[in-house]
Write a protein that binds this ligand. Structure first.
Ligand code: NAD
Ligand code: 6OD
Length: 486
């Protein structure tokens, strides 16, 4: 059984407390490893190493050298692609058909794209008129923010962690990463890659553990952390703000969602069904950008519901390494219990169960895993819990609408504002509706089509701030204005 250690100052270390917790494969509920839980001592050591590395060889690299280093990290991930793939799939149960196309390639791309993006970003400058007529030149320079705490979730572990670490390192910072307790493997493997490609010790550190009263909380309360970038649940974000308040630490938060899809009668129905199948069920519905509320124009409602049911019925649940598998399990037994409680709640609230709503029968070697069936409901009022609350499972509720205004109103009637998709062949309507949706990202006739130069983040309770492109640069650097009297 693999022992998964913390990675501090370039070395893999156990925890001084000797505390460990199990690493479970959710597909069969078997223990596959043991993880060393970092205590205050390891968190202090990791932050100290990260702080020291800012002034060491890392801080002395030229921009070109640093960017070359980021390319080496990406190449190092690609060189060990199959190991990353297996590690991610064992931790999450997700099928390799998904992880080999999304999670691992994006893990590498997150280093390359941000390395390339920041080579040529200009800074502002202004000439100020002065009474003597000679003027003053103002110009801005950027410096790294310092030690960045990266706290990441379990649903896309490598992708979401490197989405923060890539730009943070590109901007010259050092990082201490606290991956989810459910998915420690790929972050730890990245530590090996950092050593292999010659990233100086202390630049990338990994501490394992939980949130409250564990590594996560110790990290967010640390006085020497200069910025916290967090992806996870909205209520965890609130806890982090409270814990870090005394240190006045800047935060960037990507939080929960309850994302709508609006399907107009003038859409390409086949594409809308294919897109909604992906947005509702990909990664077993555990994608923050995923669709849990579908609004369909009444004239095509029955056709759409039947089409989505057919398409979801074709999803193949199974082992991660089976080429035919298109859907894995949920992340844990605990999450399975939560999702199933919503499946029961939907029935109690009067839903028509169009598909699923139960636990699928799996072959004996997977029978103990965190499996749930892809599920579609109709017939609920907008006030129902399964229509209001984020479930983070493979399920959606479909509601008919009669007018564009009504669809927009229902789509916006939520505490969240992360993402939405709109399906229509009418370009004017597409722009009009997208402009009125309260969300950080709106896709028209697509879903999860990502350009890393664009802004990413949520409005309302779905986040604080934006990352991606220059927006990441804003968060991971400090801007200083220098005013020179001429
Ligand atoms: P979570 O909030 O439970 O945990 C995320 C991370 O925070 C984990 O590493 C966890 O150990 C840590 N953590 C928990 N409590 C903490 C505390 N008090 N202090 C410091 N760290 C703490 O989220 P999750 O269950 O891992 O992920 C699922 C959630 O994440 C969903 O709500 C989903 O919508 C959201 N999510 C959002 C985005 C986005 O981009 N907006 C992306 C992925 C996931
Ligand atoms: O693609 C990304 O950069 C990103 N942050 C995706 C988030 C997915 C949420 O589960």
């Amino acid at each position: 059984m693999q022992l998964i250690k913390n990675f501090i100052n370039g070395e893999f270390v156990e925890s001084s407390s000797q505390k460990r917790f199990p690493n479970i494969n959710p597909a069969n509920n078997k223990q596959i490893g043991e993880v060393c839980e970092a205590g205050q001592e390891e968190v202090d050591a990791a932050v100290k190493a990260a702080k020291a590395a800012l002034k060491g060889p890392w801080g002395k690299l030229s921009l070109a050298e640093r960017m070359a280093m980021l390319h080496k990290i990406a190449d190092g991930i690609n060189a060990r692609f199959d190991e990353f793939l297996q590690a991610e799939c064992l931790d999450t149960g997700k099928p390799k058909s998904l992880a080999s196309h999304i999670d691992i390639p994006r893990g590498a791309a997150n280093f390359k794209v941000f390395a390339d993006a920041y080579k040529s970003v200009p800074n502002e400058s202004f000439m100020l008129d002065t009474p003597d007529g000679k003027g003053a030149l103002n110009y801005a320079v950027r410096s790294p923010k310092g030690v960045i705490a990266v706290i990441s979730p379990w649903n896309l572990p490598l992708l979401l962690m490197t989405w923060k670490v890539g730009p943070a390192l590109a901007c010259g910072n050092t990082v201490v990463v606290k991956p989810s307790e459910e998915t420690p493997r790929t972050t730890t493997l990245l530590g090996e890659v950092m050593n292999e490609v010659g990233v100086p010790p202390g630049v990338f550190n990994v501490i394992h553990g939980f949130g409250p009263d564990s590594a996560g909380e110790f990290l967010t309360q640390h006085a020497d952390v200069d910025g916290i970038t967090f992806t996870g649940e909205t209520r965890t974000g609130a806890a982090i703000i409270k814990a870090s308040a005394d240190e006045i630490c800047q935060v960037s938060f990507e939080l929960g969602g309850k994302n709508p899809a609006i399907i107009f009668a003038d859409c390409d129905l086949e594409k809308a069904i294919e897109g909604t199948t992906r947005s509702a069920f990909a990664n077993c519905g555990q994608v923050c950008l995923g669709t849990e509320r579908v609004y369909v124009e009444r004239s095509i409602f029955d056709k759409f519901v039947a089409g989505l049911k057919d398409s979801a019925q074709n999803l193949q649940l199974g082992a991660w390494d089976d080429e035919c598998t298109s859907m894995g399990p949920l992340i844990s037994q605990e999450h399975k219990a939560k999702v199933l409680s919503y499946y029961e709640r939907a029935v109690e609230e009067g839903a028509t169960v169009v598909l699923g709503g139960d636990v699928p029968e799996m072959p004996s070697e997977l029978a103990e895993g965190a499996w749930v069936s892809p599920t579609i409901w109709t017939g609920l009022p907008e006030t129902a819990a399964v229509v209001k609350e984020e479930i983070f499972g493979p399920c959606c509720h479909i509601q008919p609408f009669d007018t564009e205004e009504q669809a927009i109103e229902m789509a916006n009637d939520t505490q969240y504002g992360l993402a939405a998709s709109v399906w229509t062949e009418n370009t004017s309507r597409a722009h009009r509706v997208a402009g009125q949706i309260e969300a950080g990202i709106v896709w028209v006739n697509s879903w999860f089509l990502r350009d890393l130069r664009t802004s990413f983040g949520g409005s309302k309770q779905s986040g604080i701030g934006r990352e991606g492109g220059v927006h990441s640069l804003e968060f991971y650097t400090e801007l200083k204005n220098i005013c020179v009297k001429l």
